[in-house]
Design a binder for this molecule. Structure first.
Ligand SMILES: Cc1cc2nc3c(=O)[nH]c(=O)nc-3n(C[C@H](O)[C@H](O)[C@H](O)COP(=O)(O)O)c2cc1C
Length: 364
């Protein structure tokens, strides 16, 4: 029976066998600081400090399931068993701090082969020493200046589905509690979902059923190796933010439909973001600008959701949870500014959250 007592930010959340100590998640954020896909000390400290700082769930950045699925050459990777050890060090530290860990499995699609944001943030041609051949559902570049991706064959599609499955198996080995499939922000899976980037006329393009086939196949493959007792999340761009233009695009109603189907395949939570597919998108950013997507998906698809996007203070985050708009709140940039966001949020909403024993003498 559902309780009428509202949940609060610093109350636990149980998904399958995993109980999070509170409703605050560190949003996945690429650090462009890996070496050949291997996690470095930067990752341990960056992620570990937010676990020390009281977050409930720490989600590791977009981690490429194959080398060409990276955004930059310095992205994290999970395409080899050798990558597991460095990730295990991170999950083990996070667990010791009382937080849970998630990893976001990703493939960059047509948005890969870039240099780092602080090196220009531009796409590199395949002949560039740090570039490679990018792949996508259709041979459509991000913009006229950018490299044209190679249209994937059905064999390519099956290979990538298998890479996600292998990535999930390795994530389990590395000790993650939750797995997230990155189907948002204009990367490969999203490129299949949207009619803007998917012009295929085989069974992977055209109808809703065909455009969603790739994501459904990945989800089923991942669920086969990701155990029953552990939660699975999918991050969606709930809309392409192209409603302003009279073109077929990916929209909220399709996200609701896919959310229902994903739920049937054992997905436990939907991480609700938006956009990233095309430079023509129109998004009006402001405090909590994507929270309505989380509440709509939660109500209409009856699945737990994560709200994300310009959630920057404790009372705002607590309000989202108390009003039942989402089950978890993901914090991105604010957490880079303030690794102790969770402690400050607890103070703001007058709730108690445990501090690391090493820091007790500093507690207000
Ligand atoms: C530096 C940076 C890296 C990011 N990398 C990822 C990523 O790896 N995967 C992802 O799904 N979103 C990524 N995002 C988006 C964030 O997870 C988040 O959705 C977005 O920043 C909005 O939340 P915020 O307003 O709290 O920052 C990134 C954002 C930033 C600023």
């Amino acid at each position: 029976m559902q309780s009428n007592i509202p949940n609060r930010l610093f109350e636990p959340l149980t998904l399958r066998s995993v109980t999070l100590r509170n409703r605050l998640m560190m949003s996945p954020m690429c650090q462009y600081s890996a070496e050949d896909g291997f996690a470095t000390d930067w990752h341990l400290v960056h992620l570990g400090s937010r676990a020390v700082g009281g977050m409930g769930l720490i989600c590791v950045e977009a981690t490429a399931v194959s080398p060409e699925g990276r955004i930059s050459a310095e992205d994290l990777g999970i395409w080899s068993d050798d990558h597991v050890e460095g990730l295990r060090r991170i999950t083990s530290f996070i667990r010791q701090q009382g937080a849970a860990s998630a990893i976001q499995l990703a493939h960059s699609g047509r948005k890969g082969s870039k240099n780092r944001p602080w090196e220009g943030d531009v796409q590199l041609q395949s002949h560039d020493p740090k570039g490679w051949t990018i792949i996508a559902p259709s041979a459509l570049p991000w913009s006229e200046q950018d490299p044209v991706p190679v249209e994937m064959t059905v064999a390519d599609i099956q290979r990538v589905v298998h890479s996600f499955k292998e990535g999930a198996r390795r994530a389990l080995d590395a000790g993650f509690d939750i797995l997230e499939i990155h189907a948002a922000h204009g990367y490969l899976i999203h490129e299949f979902l949207s009619p803007i980037t998917n012009h295929r006329n085989d069974i992977y393009g055209g109808s809703f059923e065909n455009r969603t086939r790739f994501l459904m196949e990945i989800t089923k493959a991942v669920r086969k190796v990701w155990p029953e007792h552990l939660p699975l999340s999918v991050r969606l761009s709930v809309t392409d933010a192209m409603e302003w233009k009279s073109v077929e695009s990916w929209t909220l109603d399709q996200s609701v439909k896919i959310a229902r189907l994903l739920k049937q395949e054992g997905v436990d939570v939907l991480d609700c973001s938006s956009g990233g597919l095309t430079p023509e998108q129109r998004i009006v950013g402001g405090a909590g600008y994507q929270t309505a997507y989380a509440s709509q998906i939660k109500i209409l698809a009856e699945i737990p959701t994560i709200a994300v996007g310009l959630i920057t203070d404790g009372s705002q985050a607590d309000h989202i949870i108390r009003t039942g708009q989402a089950d978890l709140v993901a914090i991105g940039r604010e957490l880079m500014r303030d690794p102790y966001f969770a402690f400050h949020a607890a103070e703001t909403v007058h709730m108690v959250t445990p501090w690391p024993v090493q820091y007790l003498r500093a507690k207000p």
